[in-house]
Structure formats: structure tokens, C-alpha cells
Write a protein that binds this ligand. Structure first.
Ligand SMILES: Nc1ncnc2c1ncn2[C@@H]1O[C@H](COP(=O)(O)OP(=O)(O)OP(=O)(O)O)[C@@H](O)[C@H]1O
Length: 243
């Protein structure tokens, strides 16, 4: 399988704070990667560096074999990756349908008809076709996040990055969002998910990585990762979160 994402010697500083420490990581095309770790360990920063929402301080990010640079990062992100955020980040003054068709029409130059057709198909898949004309504020958190995922599906980019997509949700809404993500995982897209949902990781991940203090300390298939982690900090973290 070809590498869809390749990260080489990535370091990120915020001022004096060294948040990512020489990260090397490859993600294959179509792979489902789950990133776990304690708060502040650098998980969000790592996935934000993939699409240059954060600019790496040093090191390289390659997407589909092409180096992402200061010059091409917007174009690369537009072509390759969308992000699902913890706080949904829907445009409040646009309907659900407007949120879904905006990027395809404005950035990808799709016709309104085509964008609408794609958007309605995506809404159908997340079970929200009947909400196309609603404004985000009239939806529950779970519904808003399902809209945000549908929005990521509409642009048909090969990579979707998820930054703790269920962390802002009430407990009863978490599963409805996870179900949409589980369904999406059957597709040949590359998914990188920062999450604390270990059952999701077990069910969906091809590989799980554990980060602490800006480093990847453990990685493996869910079978290996959850039953036989070698790194003591990863063992402690799993003990806390699983028991
Ligand atoms: N824009 C920023 N400016 C300054 N410091 C930042 C910025 N973004 C993140 N940090 C700091 O970088 C460190 C890593 O943050 P990051 O959000 O990547 O961690 P995380 O593992 O995703 O944590 P959480 O699970 O709490 O979201 C933290 O100490 C955080 O305070």
C-alpha cells in the first residue's frame, strides 16, 4: 500500500514549549489510525500539523508523496484532507445544506446542482436528510457533529482528520456520532482519529498510537496494543482509562 501521509522528523514549538518531539509516522492510504494519549500530549497538534492548521517548526509532512510547504499547504489541504473538530465548527448563519455545499461550490468549483446532490446523499448517510433546511443552532450536538462529518464527506478528499469528535457531546449522543464514523470506516478513505473512545479504537483502528509528552511511545494493532502494551506510561494510561 502507498503512504498517504508521511511525517519525518516533525518538531513543533509554541514559544519555548516543545510540543512535538521528532515525530516520524506514516499512514497508508485507506488506513484507519487512532491516536490516544493524555491531555496535553500533543495529539491535536500532530493532526493539525498534517493539514498545516499548525505549521511545523521543523521536519517534513508529505501527503500522497508530495511535500507540504508554506506555499502549497492551502491547496494541498483543499485537495487531500478535511478536519472534523471537537466543536463542530459549522457556520451558524447557514443552513445545514449551505454548510455542506459551501466548499464544493466555492473551492472545488462544483455546480450548485451537483453540490446539492452530493450533500443530500451525505445527509442521507448520516440520517439527517430531513434537517437540510435547518440552522445548526436548532440541532442537538450529536446532530451537528453528524452534519460536520457529512460536510467532510462531501468534499471527497481522501483523508479525514478527527480531533476528539465526541469530546464535546453529552454521553447519550456519543454513540450516534461513533456509529457514523464506524460506517465511514468501511470506505477506502484514510482516517486519523484523536479520541478517548477505546471501543471505537478496538472496532475500527488498523493501528493505534499512544502519545505522551510530544512523542509516540507505543503503537500497534488494537489486538497487540490493548492486550500487550510494552511502554509503562502507555500501560498506566490504559489502566486508568479502561478500568
Ligand atoms: N496554539 C497554541 N499556543 C500555545 N500552546 C499551545 C497551542 N496549542 C496547543 N498548545 C499547547 O501544546 C500542548 C499540546 O496540546 P495539544 O492540544 O496538542 O494536546 P492534546 O494531546 O491534543 O490534548 P487534549 O487531549 O487536552 O486536547 C499543550 O501544552 C497545549 O497547551
Amino acid at each position: 500500500m502507498a503512504n498517504m501521509i508521511e511525517i519525518r522528523g516533525l518538531n513543533k514549538y509554541f514559544g519555548d514549549l516543545h510540543v512535538l518531539k521528532d515525530i516520524n509516522l506514516t499512514v497508508e492510504a485507506g488506513e484507519k489510525l487512532v491516536v490516544i494519549g493524555p491531555s496535553g500530549s500533543g495529539k491535536s497538534t500532530l493532526i493539525r500539523c498534517i493539514d498545516w492548521l499548525e505549521e511545523p517548526t521543523t521536519g517534513e509532512v508529505l501527503i500522497d508523496g508530495q511535500l507540504v510547504t508554506k506555499k502549497n499547504h492551502l491547496e494541498m489541504a483543499r485537495k487531500y484532507s478535511s478536519m472534523v473538530f471537537q466543536q463542530f465548527n459549522l457556520y451558524p448563519n447557514m443552513t445545514v445544506l449551505g454548510n455542506l455545499t459551501l466548499a464544493p461550490i466555492k473551492l472545488q468549483k462544483k455546480s450548485k446542482e451537483e453540490a446539492t446532490k452530493t450533500a443530500m446523499a451525505a445527509l442521507e448517510r448520516v440520517g439527517l436528510a430531513q434537517k437540510a433546511g435547518e440552522y445548526p443552532q436548532n440541532l442537538s450536538g450529536g446532530q451537528q457533529q453528524r452534519v460536520a462529518i457529512a460536510r467532510a464527506m462531501c468534499t471527497k478528499q481522501p483523508i479525514i482528520l478527527f480531533d476528539e469528535p465526541t469530546s464535546a457531546l453529552d454521553p447519550e449522543m456519543i454513540q450516534e456520532v461513533l456509529d457514523v464514523m464506524i460506517e465511514l470506516a468501511h470506505e477506502n478513505i484514510t482516517m486519523v482519529c484523536v479520541t478517548h473512545e477505546m471501543n471505537f479504537a478496538k472496532q475500527v483502528a488498523d493501528r493505534v498510537i499512544f502519545m505522551d509528552d510530544g512523542q509516540i511511545l507505543e503503537e500497534g494493532t488494537p489486538e497487540h496494543f490493548f492486550t500487550n502494551p510494552q511502554n509503562p506510561r502507555c500501560q498506566d494510561f490504559l489502566n486508568k482509562i479502561l478500568h
